[in-house]
Ligand binder design. Structure first.
Ligand code: UD1
Ligand code: UDP
Length: 353
């Protein structure tokens, strides 16, 4: 007999909606699952469009916290999340990934002695200048249950003394890709490729160390302009703001477009020649879709993709090189880094808790 629980899923940023989608659907079969949206991302293209594309039920709560400095944003979230937890008295909350919404949810619940489950636990870049690294470490250490996406993450949790509460589940984003890939082919906007002749590179950037410094962002744009094909670049709002602020010149080969909905973006990934990104999630999706990925970062948490030769790390401060991107050819073989039927394993564990 499965004991039905009241569970609050806390989300707030684009990649969290994508991780939530398959889990929310399955969890709701057994439990009272409530979605709490912090409002960290709020533009239609960064939030509502994912609920529509992925048919995620409407959040019961949207805190509309919006943007702000780290302390202020996280603090405002914690205050509001605490009020809701006191009112709803859930048995457990689930937090995803490594954003300020993740940390706020985990801290607010832990202080009220409400069980916290962290999905995508055990990731480390060992680069503490990334806000996400602080969020991950703190969240893992205050959580009661840790779902690790990879064996590397599991080993890290063990090293940090957290093995007792850790489960190797695989990566839930892969389930979202597998469930939606054929749907994306049917539903994608046909106009997405209307300006593109032949092959193209797909680019995303949003990490502060790439986009918040004019010299780095300019160098990246110059490198993209030197590639051998057109570039489609759906621009994150942080990056859009910086391109305008730094007066980065446009280039006819680089097609800057608004952030895409999930199905459109999945379609673009599947049609691209190579993907160039600093995103965490997109490195995994590129691997799953068997697309060569060039990651504009000095390090990655998804080390297996690099070890297997599908992901080339390129430090934008020191290593940018258009020719290296053009020449990058991955090995053919892949192993099953991220698992499969991950949602099912997660729900079975949650049912047994
Ligand atoms: C956040 C996460 C990051 C994650 C990324 C996914 C933190 C610290 N960072 O980064 O880990 O990889 O989301 O995309 O939690 N903005 C808008 N509209 C929106 C959302 C943001 O215009 O709907 C603009 C605002 O100017 C805002 C800026 O983007 O100040 C940054 O947003 P924020 O959520 O603070 O950080 P991200 O860079 O999106
Ligand atoms: N994504 C999207 N539209 C876009 C860019 C990204 O749907 O225009 C999706 C992408 O498929 C992936 C997720 O957003 O699933 C990655 O989010 P992001 O890069 O914002 O955050 P990160 O994974 O780095 O935390």
């Amino acid at each position: 007999m499965i004991k039905s629980k009241k569970i609050i899923s806390v989300v707030g940023a684009r990649p969290q909606f994508i991780k939530l989608a398959p889990l929310s659907e399955k969890l709701s079969l057994y439990h009272e699952e409530i979605i709490l949206h912090t409002g960290q991302h709020y533009d239609k293209q960064m939030s509502d469009s994912f609920f529509e594309d992925l048919k995620i039920k409407k959040p019961k709560y949207n805190l509309n916290i919006g943007s702000g400095n780290h302390g202020a944003q996280t603090g405002r979230m914690m205050e509001e999340i605490e009020n809701i937890l006191l009112k709803e008295k859930p048995d457990m909350i689930i937090v995803f990934g490594d954003t300020n919404s993740t940390l706020a949810g985990a801290l607010a619940a832990a202080k009220l002695h409400i069980k916290v489950l962290h999905i995508e636990a055990g990731l480390r870049s060992y680069n503490r200048s990334m806000p996400e690294e602080i969020n991950r470490i703190a969240t893992d250490h205050v959580s009661d249950f840790l779902f690790a996406p990879t064996q590397t993450a599991m080993d890290i949790l063990k090293k940090e003394g957290l093995a007792d509460k850790s489960f190797l589940t695989g990566d839930i984003m892969i389930d979202t890709v597998n469930r939606n890939i054929s749907f994306a082919e049917q539903k994608a906007d046909p106009k997405l490729l209307s300006d593109i002749q032949g092959e193209f590179y797909l680019v995303t950037l949003h990490r502060p160390y790439n986009v918040d410094r004019p010299e780095v962002l300019s160098k990246i744009m110059e490198t993209l302009a030197a590639l051998d094909h057109d570039v489609i670049f759906p621009v994150h709002p942080r990056t859009r703001k910086m391109i305008a602020q730094f007066n980065i010149p446009s280039n006819h080969k680089i097609h800057l477009i608004d952030p895409c909905g999930y199905l459109d973006f999945l379609y673009l990934q599947s049609k691209s020649k190579k993907i160039i990104t600093d995103s965490g999630g997109i490195q995994k999706e590129a691997y799953t879709l068997k697309k060569p990925c060039i990651t504009l970062r000095p390090e990655t948490e998804w080390v297996e993709t690099v070890k297997e030769g599908w992901n080339l790390l390129m430090n934008p401060e020191t290593d940018l090189d258009a020719q290296k991107i053009i020449d990058f050819i991955p090995r053919k073989e892949q192993s099953n880094i991220f698992g499969s039927e991950v949602t099912q394993s997660m729900v079975e564990i949650i049912n047994s808790l």
